[in-house]
Design a protein around this ligand. Structure first.
Ligand code: SAM
Length: 203
């Protein structure tokens, strides 16, 4: 779902970039380090990349051999292409990812699923495009957080994509992920997860 004008401005502000860099990206880097997961030089996807700031951070830190990023809003992809020429950006939908299965070593998802009515389907798609043994780093906000921003800011989110953490965890498992790490970011409203697509027998 497209962002409202207010949320588009907030998401493309320097405040958002500071939070992304110093809180969320830093936390994900620490997850990977702590669990001895190396994605350096891998094939990496930034799903719902917005205007590409997270993509730029990923490229600088992990020097991927292929870096792909997409967002549903063409305006975001236009900004992303201007910001960072090294990645392949395209307009795309995380509920129907335009990619072969088993392609990525890592998929980053910063604050996207609470915009998507079919967010459970998005989790299954991310699982599909990850290699067995690949990792998803996902940051989300729960129903309480979304209700709060709807009430006090002019943000707009679908009713169907407001979840509690127990439900979110259940859907991660239903999609086929092993949850390696779950960390609160601000109180219990924002969480970050490191998940893995398990290697199944016969692969
Ligand atoms: C809250 S913003 C986060 C943007 C960026 N990841 C960040 O953390 O700054 C959510 C982003 O998800 C994108 N989005 C919403 N629905 C989407 C979908 N179905 N597929 C891909 N991107 C989507 C929006 O266009 C928006 O850029």
């Amino acid at each position: 779902m497209r962002l409202s004008r207010v949320e588009f401005a907030v998401m493309n502000s320097s405040v958002r970039r500071l939070i992304l860099k110093w809180i969320e990206f830093r936390l994900f880097s620490s997850f990977l380090k702590k669990h001895s997961v190396s994605i350096t030089g891998g094939v990496i996807l930034d799903a719902g990349c917005g205007s590409g700031y997270s993509t730029k951070l990923i490229g600088a830190r992990y020097n991927p051999r292929e870096l792909v990023a997409f967002d549903i809003m063409p305006e975001q992809i236009e900004l992303a292409n201007r910001r960072y020429g090294r990645a392949r950006f395209f307009v795309g939908d995380v509920t129907e990812i335009n990619s072969p299965s088993d392609k990525y070593d890592a998929v980053f998802v910063f604050g996207v699923l609470h915009h998507i009515p079919e967010w459970e389907r998005a989790l299954r798609e991310i699982h599909r495009v990850l290699k067995p043994g690949g990792h998803m780093l996902i940051e989300e906000v729960d129903k309480k957080g979304v209700d709060f921003v709807e009430k006090y800011l002019h943000f707009s989110h679908p009713k169907e994509s407001r979840f509690y953490w127990t439900q979110f965890v259940e859907e991660l498992q239903t999609a086929g992920f092993d949850i390696i790490k779950d960390s609160k970011i601000i109180f219990n409203i924002f969480h970050a997860y490191l998940c893995m697509k398990p290697v199944t027998n016969g692969r």
